[in-house]
Design a protein around this ligand. Structure first.
Ligand code: PLP
Length: 398
């Protein structure tokens, strides 16, 4: 209680209307899938703390990597300096994904800014027409200005008049023929749009659009900040595309949800477009914590866990339970869907029932979703599914 009172005196929370919001929940410890309340109650972290904590909290393998790295080399500027963990992580990511260059930053929004700025500058320096930026209706790419412009989410309405022009198209569907005249860059969340409303769309239609973009010299940016690291089934959605995007942005699950880190991956061809006798042709962009050594060590440890066959078994287990649950719930709700380890159900008025029953969720509008850590035990999964069934009797659906 002291913590809540002290918090109310000095802290400003994200995405929160102070006037109507409930007091923040005081969490004092976390382990595995569990969050520990100051009063001793526990909650299953059913949304992986905004989708990043993929292996559960306090995983000993990541904790050990962080602690060793903190003692060895905590942080060093990345301009004109390098360090082993950043190089090791870059090499490992490039083995997993068909790219040749890794640019580090520190959150999903900055990974997007980097991709947009690189694409714009590349076009300029390659004497290509600048072209329009094209994005998907209902997209969410983050809260910085470039990311806001490419998303145009209702979250950002006060800033709409200040955002640069972007052409918005419907998320790809079979038979869609987009007019690509004058388009220079296309940015998208592949397969599923997250914060914009958990809308799943046609991957084949996306592939077709990407093919047409290639034919029209349009640079393409895949925002896999949410979908990356096994969340939707495959390690990356990009793995399923024949026509690979020119850039891919990753963050969230990269460090297993322990430390902020992001990467923008791109092709050698793009990198070469910045090599010049002119300093101004360099990519003059960077953040203080670019490639933070502790975060890179955490990401390397998280990758070890992700690539262990046990992780995939867990993801399959979660998918099996969620698929069965969705099939059961379908007749009773407006919409339910499952994609990999993501469970989606509409429409709820509030999340109190779940919190009262020890499951931490945050509704997105009136959408209930689960995106749990992959370490979830089978009995926890069974319990979550049980509470969803129960919720139909106790909460008012919209
Ligand atoms: C698809 C997508 N892109 C970008 C972001 C922004 O990431 P961050 O909150 O780390 O800036 C998010 C965050 O939810 C996201 O879901």
């Amino acid at each position: 209680m002291d913590l809540i009172k002290a918090d109310a005196e000095c802290v400003w929370h994200p995405f929160t209307q102070i006037k109507t919001a409930a007091a923040p929940i005081p969490i004092v410890r976390a382990f595995g899938s569990q969050l520990f309340h100051a009063d001793g109650r526990t909650f299953i972290d059913a949304i992986s703390s905004w989708w990043c904590n993929i292996h559960g909290h306090g995983h000993p393998h990541i904790v050990e990597a962080i602690s060793k790295q903190a003692a060895l080399l905590d942080h060093v500027l990345f301009g004109g300096v390098t360090h082993p963990e950043a190089v090791r992580l870059a090499k490992r990511l490039l083995k997993l994904l068909p790219y040749e260059r890794v640019f580090y930053s520190d959150n999903g929004s900055t990974a997007i800014e980097v991709a947009l700025k690189m694409a714009l500058q590349y076009r300029l320096q390659s004497c290509m027409p600048q072209g329009k930026i094209m994005a998907l209706k209902g997209a969410y790419h983050g809260d910085t200005f470039g990311a806001m412009a490419a998303g145009r989410s209702p979250f950002h309405e006060p800033f709409w008049p200040l955002l640069f022009d972007v052409t918005f198209i419907d998320p790809p569907y079979a038979g869609q023929e987009v007019d690509l005249t004058g388009v220079g860059i296309f940015i998208f969340e592949p397969l599923i749009q997250g914060a914009g409303g958990f809308h799943i769309y046609d991957l084949e239609a996306l592939d077709h659009l990407l093919k047409r973009c290639k034919e029209n010299n349009i640079l393409t940016i895949a925002d896999e900040v949410m979908t990356g690291f096994g969340r939707t089934g495959s390690l990356f959605v990009t793995d399923l595309l024949v026509n690979k995007p020119d850039f891919i942005c990753l963050s969230k699950g990269l460090t297993g949800g322990t430390l902020p880190l992001a990467v923008t991956l791109t092709k050698e061809r793009i990198f070469e477009g910045f090599i010049s006798d002119l300093k101004s042709h360099a990519f003059l962009h960077g953040h203080t914590y670019t490639a933070n050594a502790i975060a890179c060590a955490a990401a390397n440890a998280s990758l070890d866990l992700l690539l262990d066959p046990h992780c995939q078994k867990q993801r399959i287990l979660i998918n099996r339970h969620f698929t069965k649950l969705a099939d059961e719930m379908r007749p009773f709700v407006k919409r339910t869907a499952v994609l990999g380890t993501i469970f989606i159900m509409e429409s709820y008025k509030e999340d109190a029932f779940f919190l009262e029953n020890g499951i931490f969720v945050r509704l997105l509008g009136d959408i209930l979703y689960f995106m749990p850590p992959y370490c979830l035990k089978e009995e926890e999964l069974t319990y979550m599914c049980h509470i969803v069934r129960e919720s139909l009797d106790y909460v008012h659906l919209v």
